[in-house]
Design a protein around this ligand. Structure first.
Ligand SMILES: Cc1cc2nc3c(=O)[nH]c(=O)nc-3n(C[C@H](O)[C@H](O)[C@H](O)COP(=O)(O)OP(=O)(O)OC[C@H]3O[C@@H](n4cnc5c(N)ncnc54)[C@H](O)[C@@H]3O)c2cc1C
Length: 413
């Protein structure tokens, strides 16, 4: 390691790609390091797992994203150590890279909260690999269950936030609308989807009106709600709840929370809520000059001091803002505190059913209008024209025909 690069960005999610793109446009050389050679679009992973859209819609190679930028160089490697004082990172192949500015945007990993058996037996849904694995296991389960003549086929989703609600709703829709025409008669009646959360509602961060709508729509599509009770154990064939209930389960999905990944946890940077790295208002880490932490990896606050949620729009905006501050660092300018433009949030429940709370004033819409808004926002956010068109075609086909036959290839575990 002789060379000191201007900027290294670790992680090419919403935050890292935005930072690198903006810096490239400002004529600043960037080295982007990601363990995958593709950017993944997490909000639609549940649709990959439930055969609504294909992998090529949610994953786009970095080299395609940056093909027109001669300022952004991409290295595919897992970062295994971070030295914030020396502003250097080491990758699993033993290489070390050093820069004047280090941007850490490595996202988060599932947080199983030390629940016995959860890490071993539950499926997380945080990467393309997770989504393909869950989809392959769901398909394999149905193929096996189709040969059986009796017995419940339970699928349990743990976590009633947007990820859990969207996943449970999509699996229940498959059971209700897709299974009857794809499998032998009787299988759908034996399949049950449970959604479990320790708080007594779903979509805890949303308004009571949105929560109530979501609960009703989930029940209508066939989801069995087990709310207000935590999970104490996950095993190969059951989920045990704090009230002693044992739910026999053939597949368990974990949508229960996130924490910072191991490489950030061991970096020596100050941790706060959720194991994430606390950052200053200008998005730099405390005590280490020239180190930025962005997106899901960071605990960021808005100008009022309120904590910002782990959302794609927060990650993207923090990436754009960091690029401005880095440009200031490198040109003798002044860093500015991050100002987040709150666009609100939304969650899909199923066909024609979604909730959206728009803007800082949280203007609430539900039903088909929110459903259309959700599709529009997510299509717009997808990286790449091919991905946007592919997703739109899949959604139209799905809406018109309930045809969910994306091939999911992957070895069932
Ligand atoms: C299932 C799901 C649904 C969601 N739905 C929505 C939604 O509808 N709307 C919304 O706004 N937000 C949604 N979110 C949240 C949103 O996707 C995240 O907030 C956003 O992706 C965070 O962006 P990021 O850049 O911080 O991290 P990520 O997007 O997680 O990117 C991190 C990158 O770092 C790389 N990386 C990690 N560790 C290493 C390492 N050691 N070495 C090298 N590279 C590494 C990863 O490969 C990845 O490319 C959802 C999240 C999930 C999981």
């Amino acid at each position: 390691m002789d060379e000191t690069l201007p900027v290294i960005v670790v992680g090419g999610g919403f935050a890292g790609v935005k930072t690198a793109t903006q810096l490239g446009r400002k004529g600043i050389d960037v080295l982007l390091i990601d363990k995958n050679n593709y950017h993944q679009f997490q909000p639609l992973l549940y649709q990959v797992a439930t055969a609504q859209i294909g992998v090529s819609e949610v994953a786009r190679p970095f080299r395609a994203i940056f093909r027109r930028s001669n300022r952004v160089r991409v290295v595919t490697a897992e970062v295994t150590a971070i030295d914030p004082a020396g502003r250097s990172v080491t990758t699993s192949d033993g290489a070390t890279y050093r820069a004047r500015i280090l941007v850490l945007a490595a996202g988060a990993v599932p947080n199983f909260f030390d629940t016995p058996g959860a890490e071993e037996f539950a499926h997380p849904l945080y990467s393309v690999i997770d989504a393909v694995s869950l989809g392959a296991n769901l398909t394999s389960l149905l193929d096996h269950a189709d040969k059986e003549t009796a017995g419940d086929v339970n699928i349990v989703v743990i976590g009633g936030g947007p990820t859990g609600v969207e996943t449970a709703g999509a699996i229940a829709e498959n059971v209700k609308f897709v299974l009857p025409s794809y499998f032998s008669s009787g299988l759908a009646a034996r399949c049950h989807v449970y959604l479990v959360d320790m708080v007594p509602t779903v979509l805890n961060a949303f308004s009571e009106k949105s929560q109530s709508y979501a609960r009703k729509r989930l029940v209508k599509v066939g989801v069995r709600l087990q709310l207000g009770v935590g999970v104490t154990e996950v095993s190969a064939d059951a989920v045990t709840l704090a009230d002693g209930t044992v739910l026999p389960s053939r597949i368990v999905v974990w949508a229960g929370g996130l924490k910072a990944g191991a490489v950030l946890a061991s970096s020596g940077l100050a941790h706060g809520r959720g194991g994430r790295i606390d950052v200053q208002p200008d998005l730099t880490a405390r005590d280490f000059e020239g180190v930025y932490v962005l997106g899901d990896a960071a605990n960021m606050t808005d100008t009022t001091g309120a904590h910002l949620p782990q959302l794609g729009s927060v990650a993207q905006q923090s990436g754009k803002w960091a690029a401005r501050n880095i440009h200031a660092d490198l040109t003798g300018g002044k860093r500015e505190p991050f100002r987040y433009f709150d666009k609100g949030y939304m969650a899909m429940i199923g066909r024609g059913a979604a909730v959206a709370e728009i803007g800082r004033k949280r203007v609430q819409i539900q039903g088909p209008l929110a459903f259309a808004a959700w599709l529009g926002v997510h299509a717009a956010l997808l990286s790449g024209g091919r991905q946007k068109i592919g997703a739109l075609i899949s959604w139209i086909e799905d809406f018109v025909s309930h045809e969910r036959s994306q091939v999911i290839v992957g070895p069932p575990e």
